[in-house]
Design a binder for this molecule. Structure first.
Ligand code: PLP
Length: 429
């Protein structure tokens, strides 16, 4: 496939936008080559500026779970737009989507809408700190909670010591309040809690990890976190920005039967518009301004277009009794096809999957945490990525990303993809 026009647009973009992109992974740095500029998208397909059609396995990093340009969402936004695009005043729409989200997700009584997953997670820990009057949080290496300062902490110095910032601009003062733990390692979490008695406000976790590839929680891991939090008066925050409304109507809380104290959302909840949200029982949410002392605000929060898109999206998911079954079957089909394609080859690989989240790691060992995810062969991944792209299949341009399966994919699309994987895997070694 040719990417002449994309290459030209990328050159232009780099003159006025740092790295040519408004979010770093888009730049293809870890796989090399030129990012593809999108002209339009419909259903399971992207159409780029060079006229290529690509089958999309990223789907805007999750939101397009029902396909691109999904009609109920598009129509809701068009209709809403005609009535004005922002007021900075309350609308009935906000209550409507809040009620629906609360009905779909276990354990939450109030919800506040923001503009991104980053904002949701940042606000959630502020709320947790305000509510508990404690400063420290525990996060897991390899879990991503957006780009706010407290979360940009690296595992480099070992899980039992204070984190060091992994971006200039994050102060050591901020970093010292973020403790790092190893995903799927309860013992490690217990030790951190014991070493910091009465200092930990919250544990934040991706309850199914999706930002180091897809990593399921080991049996007992989430239950163990729940017990440790309850026993030590720590708030458990499930970051369901990726998993919320994707793995089940009620997200991971419903899927695994474990209840968090605060839940964060993004991606699917906005139907493709910039939306995030955080939610909890009333006792906690009432700590927020204007009724409580914890300040949190936003000029465009609850924006009517964003709320209209989100509401149309959540309604479609809520009313579709077989959606999650179909997503499970399609993704399992892809997984089986991939095993079929890889099975004849010599290279080591691991496939992880939960529902419609799936990832491939070019390493034979189980991928259960950041350390094991980092062992994958990146050179092999680059070849895999570009091979698939050449066949018209677009997966995330990084070995640390999950594929997001959309319901718009047909079995013909999946067969086409599996055939492409078969072709490409023959040339990997
Ligand atoms: C994407 C993501 C975020 C950040 O959301 P943005 O909308 O990109 O700010 C936070 N947490 C998780 C688990 C995510 O996948």
């Amino acid at each position: 496939m040719l990417y002449q026009r994309s290459s030209q647009l990328f050159i232009d973009a780099q003159k006025v936008i740092p790295g040519g992109v408004n979010s770093p992974v888009r730049a293809f740095k870890s796989v090399g080559g030129t990012p593809i500029f999108v002209k339009s998208a419909k259903g399971a397909y992207l159409f780029d500026e060079d006229g290529n059609r690509l089958i999309d396995y990223i789907n805007s990093w999750g939101p397009m779970i029902l396909g691109h340009a999904f009609e109920p969402v598009v129509n809701a936004v068009i209709e809403r737009t005609k009535k004005g695009t922002s007021f900075g005043m309350p609308t009935e729409l906000e209550t409507e989507i809040a009620k629906l989200a609360i009905a779909m997700v276990p354990g939450i009584e109030k919800i506040r809408f923001v503009n991104s997953g980053t904002e949701a997670c940042m606000s959630a820990i502020r709320l947790a700190r305000g509510f508990s009057s404690k400063d420290k949080i525990i996060k897991f290496a390899g879990c991503y909670h957006g780009h706010s300062d407290s979360f940009l902490i690296q595992a480099g110095s070992g899980a039992s010591t204070f984190g060091t910032p992994n971006s200039p601009g994050v102060t050591t003062g901020t970093a010292k309040d973020t403790l790092l733990a190893t995903y799927n390692d309860l013992e490690n979490v217990s030790q951190l809690i014991a070493a910091n008695p009465n200092e930990i406000a919250a544990i934040i976790v991706e309850p199914v990890a999706g930002n180091m590839g897809c990593i399921p929680p080991k049996p007992g891991f989430l239950e163990g976190l729940r017990e440790l939090c309850t026993a030590n008066n720590i708030l458990l925050i499930f970051d369901e920005v990726m998993t919320g409304f994707r793995l089940a109507k009620g997200g991971v809380q419903e899927l695994y039967g474990v209840t968090a104290d605060i839940v964060t959302f993004g991606k699917v909840i906005g139907g493709g518009l910039p939306v995030g949200a955080f939610a909890a029982r009333s006792e906690i949410m009432n700590y927020l301004a204007p009724i409580g002392p914890v300040y949190q605000a936003g000029t465009l929060s609850g924006n009517p277009l964003a709320m209209a898109a989100g509401l149309a999206m959540l309604k479609s998911i809520d009313e579709d009794a077989t959606l999650f079954q179909r997503l499970e079957e399609k993704t399992a089909y892809l997984e089986a096809g991939m095993h079929g394609a890889f099975g004849n080859e010599e290279f080591p690989y691991t496939i992880n999957r939960v529902g419609s989240m799936i990832s491939v790691h070019f390493d034979a060992m189980p991928v259960v945490d950041f350390q094991s995810a980092a062992k994958g062969d990146n050179e092999m991944f680059k070849k895999f990525f570009h091979g698939l792209l050449n066949e018209g299949v677009y997966i995330a341009p990084s070995a640390y990303e999950t594929w997001f399966i959309t319901d718009a994919l047909t079995y013909d699309d999946l067969d086409f993809t599996i055939e492409a994987i078969r072709k490409v895997s023959k040339k990997l070694t």
